[in-house]
Design a protein around this ligand. Structure first.
Ligand SMILES: [Zn+2]
Ligand SMILES: [Zn+2]
Length: 128
């Protein structure tokens, strides 16, 4: 039998890979379903606990909207577009950051990070 500690970290790495393997910004249920394909006997509680630990150690991001908590395997600087119809989150890169520069200069602030969340209707929903 594997030592317990090793089993835990194996579960955590698997969950991390599941979150990193997708762009859908999944909720815990989705992660649970996908992780069970790899570790069939894992419990939802274990998935939650490991997700929280991954968030605490900064390896994934936790996002919240009114409906649910979502997880993001992309921890690099990026912003989000949220579709109000289907509820999907999309990663977007803000191309023009000069607006922040002029804002900082105008107010004598120094911006260290920013988090932009755009909301609207995505292409899929507009087309259907
Ligand atoms: Zn949509
Ligand atoms: Zn994202």
């Amino acid at each position: 039998m594997e030592p317990i500690k090793q089993r835990y970290s194996h579960q955590r790495e698997t969950i991390l890979q599941v979150v990193q393997s997708t762009l859908v910004h999944p909720n815990a249920d989705w992660v649970y379903k996908e992780t069970r394909k790899i570790i069939p006997n894992i419990s939802l509680g274990t998935v939650y606990r490991n997700l929280n630990q991954l968030v605490e150690s900064g390896r994934i991001l936790k996002l919240k909207d009114e409906a649910m908590v979502r997880y993001d395997g992309n921890t690099g600087q990026h912003d989000h577009f949220r579709c109000s119809k289907c509820g999907k989150w999309y990663d977007v890169e803000l191309i023009d950051q000069s607006i922040f520069k002029s804002f900082a200069e105008k107010h004598d602030f120094r911006i260290e990070s920013f988090n932009l969340e755009l909301e609207g209707t995505c292409k899929n929903c507009l087309d259907s």
